[in-house]
Design a protein around this ligand. Structure first.
Ligand SMILES: [Zn+2]
Length: 338
């Protein structure tokens, strides 16, 4: 699912978004809202929906300074926002080039245009708002241009900045913004996933762990039945340890996921390691406890050095690591049968 399509109305049903919305409302109602608001949260956690809900509410005719209401969806302002033609709301994102490909950065010209627009009088007489998606994609020049506006914002101006990773936003920008961090905790996300998908508790927890706690990614994960895929993958790695398939067969089977396969296998080694540490009786108990963590380390290093290498090189490296797993299994099978 493209998270852009998450509607602003979804905010009410997503408790972690609703909580941040309330935080913004409180600041707004007490006249303490900062001119710069930095929303920081991992990809696919709903911050675009939050920004949409907030900007629409600020512009809605039912809201007034010092009293923010949930957007009514019916007034002229709400309709203009929905049609993406509201004259006092500017969205800034990476531009799309002539070939239809999205550029990788937000340039200084885009920010200069935005600055020029923000000094104009609001056409509908309320706030002037701007949302900058992917702040970390701004060039250095763009950051400097934005800094000026953040230092001397016009009256009734709100700049909302969205970042997947707050540490990629320069400190000079961060320090001039009110930071809204989404609280992506298990106790909030698990019940939400269960309501959305009807899955059981374990599935929700596993999906969140696989998706680094990004709720909308976890939702996709469950809807696409990726958990069954991962259970199958782990079974196949067990089968490899039992020497019933070869590393080459394994890699060929997962060719579609080749670019991320290392991460899945690393996760498997981590799980094996945890089982060994917990001392539970398992199929891994005759392994040298260091083996899985060594292979895990090799995968991490392989990924670090990979960007320069070819696909073929990466595949051979991966097969090399899996061969070690196969060899470990071969010795166990050998000793247990002799
Ligand atoms: Zn309205």
């Amino acid at each position: 699912m493209n998270t852009d399509s998450i509607d602003a109305t979804d905010v009410a049903s997503a408790s972690w978004l609703q909580e941040s919305f309330e935080q913004l409302k409180q600041a707004f109602d007490q006249w303490k809202i900062a001119h710069g608001i930095l929303m920081a949260a991992p990809k696919a956690s709903g911050k675009r929906a939050l920004a949409k809900a907030f900007t629409q509410s600020v512009l809605c005719e039912t809201s007034a300074s010092g009293s923010l209401n949930k957007a009514c969806g019916l007034c002229k302002s709400c309709q203009l926002v929905a049609a993406q033609t509201h004259p006092d709301l500017t969205n800034v994102d990476c531009l799309v080039d002539a070939k239809g490909k999205q550029k990788q950065s937000i340039g200084i010209d885009q920010i200069r245009q935005l600055n020029a627009k923000l000094v104009e009088t609001a056409q509908l007489g309320k706030w002037r708002l701007a949302v900058i998606f992917s702040v970390e994609k701004m060039t250095r020049g763009a950051f400097n241009a934005l800094l000026k506006t953040l230092e001397e914002p016009g009256r009734d101006t709100l700049l909302i900045l969205l970042a997947d990773n707050i540490y990629q936003v320069p400190a000079t920008i961060r320090s001039r913004c009110q930071v809204i961090s989404l609280k992506l905790s298990q106790d909030k996300l698990v019940p939400w996933l269960i309501t959305q998908t009807n899955c059981d508790n374990n599935t929700a927890v596993e999906a969140l762990n696989y998706c680094s706690f990004a709720p909308y990614e976890a939702l996709n994960f469950i809807n696409q039945n990726r958990l069954a895929f991962f259970n199958g993958l782990r079974n196949d790695l067990d089968t490899l340890l039992a020497t019933r398939i070869t590393p080459q067969e394994f890699v060929a089977k997962y060719a579609d996921d080749e670019s991320v396969l290392w991460r899945y296998i690393a996760d498997y080694f981590q799980r094996v390691q945890l089982q060994l540490l917990s001392g539970t009786n398992s199929q891994y108990q005759s392994l040298n406890p260091r083996s899985p963590s060594e292979l895990y380390q090799q995968l991490i290093e392989m990924n670090r050095g990979q960007s320069a290498g070819s696909n073929l090189q990466a595949r051979l490296q991966l097969e090399g690591i899996l061969s070690q797993w196969f060899e470990i299994g071969r010795k166990i099978v050998h000793y247990s049968s002799s």
